[in-house]
Design a protein around this ligand. Structure first.
Ligand SMILES: [Zn+2]
Length: 320
């Protein structure tokens, strides 16, 4: 674990996050390339083959200072208007990413995903070099990491009669998705291919090491009161993943006969700790008897997989 005060970590990762990328690119241009234009055409041309690096800041908070199981104000660090730390203008979640702008002896200037520019204390900043590249223009260069939610000792949600476990359904669904995407020529890797437990940090570390163009975590939902909720939900964390999430939602809701809860912001670890396009799909409620009948029906996984393939094709086509 990193000691306070030591901040520069030489980690390289690919960032493909459209909006974040534009911000980073602008910052780089401003600092290093003076007046150069940053039109979209130019961005694509420059990043098609070679990854660029930029500095990112991951928010570090001493693990002894928060309880990972309970959401609280301790999960956030304040963002100050200036280095004098007089005025707090916002807050940012531990583990999340921001764009590096500058630093002084004690403070680091950042820009958050939602466009807030301000200062955090240096002890909360892990400054890392990040490699950037654009979304590939063809399927054969598109890389997906599939994450089957839960596993091992962590069963996840249960059906109302407690016979069906989320961890088994997610693994089966991910296997079908993987087969369909692979068949279409997409590069696919998996966080798990068997019934085993992975911590959330294991999942994000495995995904980041693959440098994917899209991370998809598959889950089935659960409500406190059985049969009180139903439908599909797509979650994203960073605004750069929102458009991809919406494309996925549109394709899922047109090919799967469940109601759609739409595309939502979700403060989930596996999304928050990855500064690259990441979505978490809740593919129906296990403790909704209506949803369960659909989820366990013949061909459900296949329809989900085809919807994701079409969504990825649309994402790639949008880059052409
Ligand atoms: Zn789950």
């Amino acid at each position: 674990m990193k000691k306070k005060g030591k901040l520069v970590i030489g980690t390289t990762m690919i960032l493909l996050f459209a909006a974040g990328f534009a911000v980073l690119r602008n910052d780089q241009s401003a600092r290093e390339e003076s007046q150069e234009s940053t039109s979209q055409t130019e961005l694509n041309a420059q990043t098609e083959e070679t990854a660029q690096t930029a500095s990112m800041v991951q928010i570090y908070v001493d693990p002894s200072e928060y309880d990972a199981a309970i959401e609280s104000e301790n999960d956030y660090v304040p963002i100050y208007q200036s280095t004098s730390q007089e005025t707090v203008i916002g807050k940012i979640h531990r583990g999340s990413w921001a764009t590096f702008i500058s630093q002084t002896e004690d403070m680091v200037e950042i820009q958050t995903d939602d466009g807030v520019t301000g200062y955090i204390e240096k002890q909360s900043a892990s400054i890392q070099e990040a490699a950037l590249s654009a979304i590939p223009k063809d399927l054969s260069n598109f890389k997906v990491v599939l994450d089957a939610g839960h596993g091992g000792e962590d069963s996840g949600a249960l059906s109302t009669d407690q016979t069906i476990l989320e961890k088994d359904l997610t693994l089966a669904t991910v296997q079908t998705i993987g087969e369909v995407l692979t068949e279409a020529g997409i590069q696919v890797s998996y966080t798990r291919t068997e019934d085993r437990y992975l911590s959330l940090s294991d999942i994000t570390a495995a995904s980041l090491s693959e440098e994917p163009d899209l991370f998809i975590s598959i889950h089935y939902d659960n409500s406190e009161i059985p049969n009180s909720n139903q439908g599909l939900t797509t979650y994203y964390y960073y605004t750069g993943a929102k458009e991809m999430a919406e494309t996925i939602t549109a394709n899922l809701s047109s090919s799967v006969a469940l109601s759609s809860n739409g595309t939502r912001f979700g403060n989930y670890y596996v999304l928050r700790e990855q500064y690259l396009p990441a979505v978490l799909l809740e593919l129906g409620y296990l403790n909704s008897d209506n949803d369960l009948a659909m989820i366990t029906s013949e061909g459900y996984d296949q329809r989900v997989a085809q919807a994701l393939l079409t969504a990825i094709e649309e994402i790639v086509e949008a880059e052409e």
